[in-house]
Design a protein around this ligand. Structure first.
Ligand SMILES: Cc1cc2nc3c(=O)[nH]c(=O)nc-3n(C[C@H](O)[C@H](O)[C@H](O)COP(=O)(O)OP(=O)(O)OC[C@H]3O[C@@H](n4cnc5c(N)ncnc54)[C@H](O)[C@@H]3O)c2cc1C
Length: 465
């Protein structure tokens, strides 16, 4: 018997650490639902016939079905439903931009807040980590080998799907740890690393091998992988090459790319005393940019002890690409927003260390090619921001190493590998690619979706070969 829908216009609130406590620690900000909260929120789902939420999810999680199980208190079955299409639910429940995907399509969102699909997915995944009893069965081998380059969400999801089909899969990862941006980019306070590791451990149980410290294109080439007996190769090497503004002074000590700053903190644990990873503990930090990466860098800088952390963004808040939730959290934690402001020069002292950031105020003019109003400097509005560190979060692109060391791989003018949208096939036979390496910086779930498509296409290719 179906329970009556809960017609509350608001999501059940998720407990969070107090902003003035959490901005001094790296522990998780959002604390998750308990069983009662999850069951209450699950009864807000109306179980629409045409399931718009499912079409909003790049990996088509069977959302109303798992929510129905949550409402009934059958969390183990809810987990099985989610993981039939999504291998990393604890990650996606935390970091997916649900507001523009599944929740963006939820009919409850027309009049009030949508069903908290992300929070429910997170609840189910966390519940299962604590209480789940199923053992992962290692699939029967089909005798074929496939190689995956990069252990980010694209590579992990491709590897998982291939392993489930019986392939012997080896992931070659450049860093000393698997996870890609999930471990080196997204901070601990948004995505605890032990959660990522647990989801990666499940892949090991399926028989996937991860070889770390293996930079393909340097230690081994793609050709050598084929010579070693791998019959197909998936490239999920991400878009980890940071951009800079090209302004004077970017070489001073204390200027970081957001990638380097976050890697030192997350992967190399610079915030823990027992690690000797060097990082600048600045008093005042300017983070240049308005995306999620900028918010993560700013919130991390605050937690390292900076008294003032400024977001310096050349457009207004309405144009900011960061998720509304991240902007809200950053403001709550005391990050100061300098909008319509553009840096023009980094100032350095006699020791070549940052001692200020010269900026100019901006105003918005006519829309540019992207449809966003073009920012223009206001003459005479120059000023100096008193900072001793500057973090550039102004975009990244794919590292050219793989395409310049592999014959037959074509890239577009942004340096992204060219691959078919459906099969993820590149311009080189037997080589597939997906995730940020193909799209440029995007999202975890899109990378996972690409990895899944590639696994299906690799399977078809190798079965017919
Ligand atoms: C700070 C930050 C915050 C973000 N926040 C969010 C968020 O909240 N929600 C969201 O959905 N998305 C977010 N993103 C974007 C998201 O993380 C990426 O879109 C996603 O991780 C891309 O997955 P991927 O597998 O393609 O690449 P990556 O995660 O970049 O993984 C690529 C892997 O390949 C490895 N590699 C690279 N070159 C080689 C080589 N030659 N040989 C071997 N290995 C190699 C890299 O070391 C890396 O481990 C964020 C990104 C950043 C940087």
């Amino acid at each position: 018997m179906k329970t009556m829908a809960n017609m509350s216009l608001e999501k059940v609130k998720m407990p969070e650490q107090d902003p003035n406590v959490r901005n001094k620690n790296f522990e998780e900000v959002a604390l998750g639902y308990d069983e009662i909260m999850a069951m209450e929120e699950a009864t807000r789902c109306l179980h629409c016939k045409n399931k718009p939420c499912v079409s909003g999810c790049p990996v088509n999680v069977r959302i109303p079905e798992f929510i129905e199980k949550v409402a009934a208190g059958d969390f183990a079955e809810a987990y099985r439903i989610i993981t039939s299409t999504n291998a990393l639910p604890a990650v996606c429940g935390r970091v997916c931009p649900q507001e523009s995907q599944c929740e963006g399509k939820c009919v409850r969102g027309i009049k009030g807040e949508p069903v908290a699909i992300g929070r429910l997915e997170r609840f189910v995944a966390d519940w299962y980590m604590k209480n789940g009893t199923d053992k992962t069965e290692k699939p029967q081998s089909n005798g074929k080998k496939a190689a995956v380059i990069g252990a980010g969400p694209a590579g992990l999801s491709c590897a998982g799907d291939l392993a489930r089909k019986g392939y012997q899969v080896t992931i070659f990862e450049a860093f000393h740890k698997a996870g890609g941006v999930l471990v080196y980019g997204i901070p601990e306070f948004r995505l605890p690393k032990k959660i990522v590791q647990k989801e990666i451990d499940k892949l090991s149980e399926l028989g996937v091998t991860v070889e770390t410290n293996m930079v393909i294109g340097k230690v081994l080439s793609v050709d050598e992988l084929f010579e070693m007996g791998y019959e197909a190769v998936f490239i999920g090497s991400g878009a980890g090459l940071p951009s800079f503004l090209g302004i004077e002074g970017e070489g001073y000590i204390g200027v970081y790319s957001a990638n380097e700053f976050l890697t030192r903190i997350n992967l190399m644990k610079a915030y823990l005393d027992e690690y000797d990873t060097p990082i600048r503990h600045a008093k005042a930090v300017a983070v240049v940019g308005g995306g999620n990466v900028a918010m993560d860098a700013a919130r991390s800088a605050k937690r390292l002890g900076a008294e003032h952390v400024y977001i310096v963004y050349r457009r207004s808040e309405a144009e900011m690409p960061a998720r509304a939730e991240e902007i809200h959290h950053a403001k709550e934690e005391g990050i100061e927003f300098l909008l319509l402001t553009n840096p023009t020069k980094v100032l350095g002292n006699e020791n070549s260390e940052v001692c200020g950031l010269e900026c100019v105020k901006m105003e918005l003019g006519e829309p540019d090619d992207s449809g966003r109003r073009r920012p223009q400097p206001i003459k005479g509005s120059e000023f100096v921001l008193d900072v001793d560190s500057v973090i550039m979060a102004v975009g990244t692109s794919p590292n050219p190493l793989l395409r310049t060391t592999t014959d037959g791989l074509e890239a577009n003018r942004r340096g992204c590998l060219v691959a078919d949208e459906e099969t993820m096939k590149t311009t080189r036979e037997g080589v597939y690619a997906g995730g940020d390496a193909v799209t440029g910086a995007a999202t975890v779930i899109l990378a996972m979706g690409a990895g899944k498509k590639a696994a299906a296409a690799i399977d078809e290719y190798l079965q017919n070969k």
